[in-house]
Design a protein around this ligand. Structure first.
Ligand SMILES: Cc1cc2nc3c(=O)[nH]c(=O)nc-3n(C[C@H](O)[C@H](O)[C@H](O)COP(=O)(O)OP(=O)(O)OC[C@H]3O[C@@H](n4cnc5c(N)ncnc54)[C@H](O)[C@@H]3O)c2cc1C
Length: 378
């Protein structure tokens, strides 16, 4: 078994690590306070080719492997998890879905501007009555000549207030209960508007909004794949997305460890740095060990995706473990920082708030356990 990254993957890791440390981390707290889409970070990711990773070169991307993307998301999330979240929604679940399920015309039209970061992508399945159970979506799509007419409301959509292209899931009533179908909807299509923006606990340097469809006319040419294949598409994309939410959690956990190590060496109490207390040193040992385990889970899931093998169970395991680890690491990090860790100018509070979301979106921890237990029980 080869645990070495390739030369290309190492170069990508160094590049994203430097970019994240030099450009993202210094402004992460400021952007966190704004609760807005981080336009400058997105523009820089586009310039560095990060918004087009995993998209084939013929559609304007860099055609990189899935493990490279997981590495990039980890490095970015270590510095600013919200920016990792923005990239994931844009590339991992929007562009990826179009690339896997779109036809040639759709890929040629939509992927190049998404890959180059000229357009921002979103993925919209969640609704007020349909969260974990996406089969309950109420948004409808009714055929009208060469178009479909969409009506409904999507909530909690990452990049929602700024998106130019969104993969939307709606049910075709006459095919119910198996009518879920995916569509590519563009900003400016009649009847498509952005609703309220949500005020979040964490990941505040990204934006989350409602999307509204009021007799929204979408050309039939924008239907992704066949009518009734929406559930398969949504679950396939979310399975894949979990690898990169896991990578976000991994980045947050690694950041919490590094900051905790540095602080525990500097902070002196009872005449010695606090890291000389076994109680503190062992917290660091546990964090480091679990991070190593989480990284192996994330890399394994990405490796399976790269080798065309089934990765759903592994992606769920990676997401479950890495995101719960992000919470544990931020929790222990605050403890290591003591009272300073509880202050809003400490890095730990942001990790703590950001980590919580990773346990919720793209399938909660409970849903990951459901997926894994079903695979285990057969
Ligand atoms: C900030 C943010 C950004 C998001 N971005 C997007 C996005 O870009 N696109 C998108 O489509 N969606 C997005 N979501 C939606 C997200 O995926 C859902 O919030 C998530 O899947 C959970 O759904 P819910 O919030 O309705 O909770 P519910 O499904 O109502 O769950 C509530 C609780 O019940 C538990 N539960 C539910 N069913 C079961 C079960 N069968 N067994 C055990 N426990 C269960 C859950 O684990 C949870 O603890 C986002 C959410 C947030 C908060």
């Amino acid at each position: 078994m080869d645990f070495e990254l390739t030369e290309e993957q190492k170069m990508l890791q160094t590049m994203t690590r430097n970019f994240a440390q030099d450009e993202l981390e210094p402004i992460a707290d400021e952007l966190d306070q704004k609760n807005e889409f981080p336009h400058q970070n997105f523009k820089r990711m586009a310039e560095l080719g990060l918004t087009g990773m995993i998209i084939p070169t013929e559609y304007g991307g860099s055609g990189s492997d899935h493990l490279s993307l997981a590495i990039a998301v980890e490095e970015i999330s270590k510095a600013c998890a919200s920016t990792g979240d923005v990239l994931s929604a844009h590339l991992v679940i929007c562009s990826y879905t179009i690339n896997i399920f779109g036809n040639e015309e759709q890929k040629k039209k939509y992927l190049p501007p998404l890959a180059k970061g000229e357009k921002v992508g979103s993925f919209a399945v969640t609704e007020p009555e349909a969260g974990s159970d996406i089969s309950r979506i109420q948004t409808t799509a009714v055929r009208d000549g060469d178009d479909y007419i969409l009506n409904g409301q999507k909530v909690f959509i990452t990049n929602g207030d700024v998106c130019d292209v969104v993969v939307v899931f709606a049910g075709i009533p006459e095919l119910a209960p198996r009518g879920m179908t995916a569509f590519i909807v563009e900003k400016g299509m009649p009847g498509f508007t952005k609703g309220k923006k949500f005020d979040k606990v964490g990941m505040r340097a990204g934006s989350t909004a409602e999307l509204l469809f009021d007799d929204c006319r979408v050309p039939a040419a924008n239907r992704l794949s066949e009518e009734g294949r929406g559930m398969k598409i949504a679950l396939g994309s979310l399975d894949y997305g979990r690898i990169h939410v896991a990578a976000q959690g991994l980045g947050i956990a690694q950041a919490a460890l590094e900051k905790s190590v540095a602080y525990s060496k500097e902070r002196v109490q009872f005449g010695a740095p606090i890291c000389q207390n076994q109680a503190i040193a062992w917290k660091l040992a546990d964090m480091a060990t679990e991070i190593e385990a989480a990284r192996l889970l994330v890399y394994k899931a990405a490796y399976l995706a790269d080798h065309g093998q089934s990765f759903g169970k592994n992606a769920a395991m990676a997401k479950l473990y890495a995101t719960e680890l992000a919470m544990r690491s931020a929790h222990q990090g605050i403890q290591i920082f003591g009272g300073y860790g509880y202050m809003m100018d400490s890095p730990m509070q942001r990790y703590f708030r950001d980590a919580k979301l990773t346990e919720i979106y793209e399938g909660t921890s409970e849903i990951q356990r459901l997926v894994i237990s079903r695979a285990v029980l057969g």
